[in-house]
Design a protein around this ligand. Structure first.
Ligand code: TYD
Length: 208
């Protein structure tokens, strides 16, 4: 049966690589898997990227609301939204979801407000499984710089911000422990080691 899976974690934890491996694992079992990400490539997501790069100025409240708007679009887009893909029988893996808004914007605005506006919105689906990749902020920054030395660094990509966001992620998942199906994955290891952990978590939740 199709499942909605979210992979969360700080910038630099290797989400993109791990999601690709997990999707290949699901496909190797004869099932369909689609990878998707937030911010999306819809107009809302494009505006968010311009804000994150510092090209367009904004404020944390507007940014949090924009992320909600982008997430609604991500769910309901008629051609390739999450709901459409699930109804086509595909397993959907999203690189980030509302937990990122709670962790990144929740701290700068009001956590309850960010949570309530998401949980109060029927168009925002709750995932079947959340894989939370954990790693120290120092190691994340090291990886970000090693992977793209020439590219622009986004507004949150410094040790101070990531340390704050890391604490907020921990607090958020602790708060949601009874409501959401979250598995913590130690992301400090080789690609193979970490992917084995993700696949084991997937199999115990969703394997058939
Ligand atoms: P991206 O370049 O896709 O980073 P990554 O590959 O690490 O996911 O940029 C996403 C950035 O957007 C990242 O710094 C986290 C931030 N973000 C938020 O602040 N709130 C959100 O709700 C989401 C989905 C992302």
């Amino acid at each position: 049966m199709s499942k909605f899976i979210v992979v969360e974690g700080l910038d630099g934890t290797g989400k993109t690589t791990q999601i690709r491996i997990l999707a290949d694992h699901i496909r190797s079992k004869g099932m369909q898997a689609e990878i998707t990400a937030e911010p999306t490539s819809y107009p809302t997501g494009k505006l968010i990227r311009r804000i994150l790069s510092g090209e367009v100025s904004s404020d944390p409240w507007s940014l949090a609301a924009l992320f909600l708007s982008d997430r609604i679009m991500h769910n309901v887009a008629p051609e390739d939204g999450i709901e459409k893909m699930l109804s086509d029988g595909k397993t959907v893996i999203s690189d980030r979801y509302y937990y990122s808004t709670f962790a990144y914007q929740g701290h700068e605005t009001d956590l309850d407000w960010t949570v309530n506006m998401h949980f109060g919105c029927p168009a925002v689906r709750r995932p079947d499984l959340v894989l939370f990749l954990t790693m120290s902020p120092e190691k994340c920054i090291e990886r970000i710089r090693a992977n793209r030395p020439d590219e622009a660094i986004e507004i949150y990509e410094n040790t101070e911000s990531l340390t704050r966001i890391s604490r907020q992620f921990d607090a958020v998942f602790e708060m949601l422990t009874d409501r959401e199906n979250v598995v913590y994955i130690d992301a400090d290891g080789t690609v193979e080691e970490v992917s084995e952990r993700l696949i084991a978590a997937y199999e115990s939740c969703c394997g058939e």
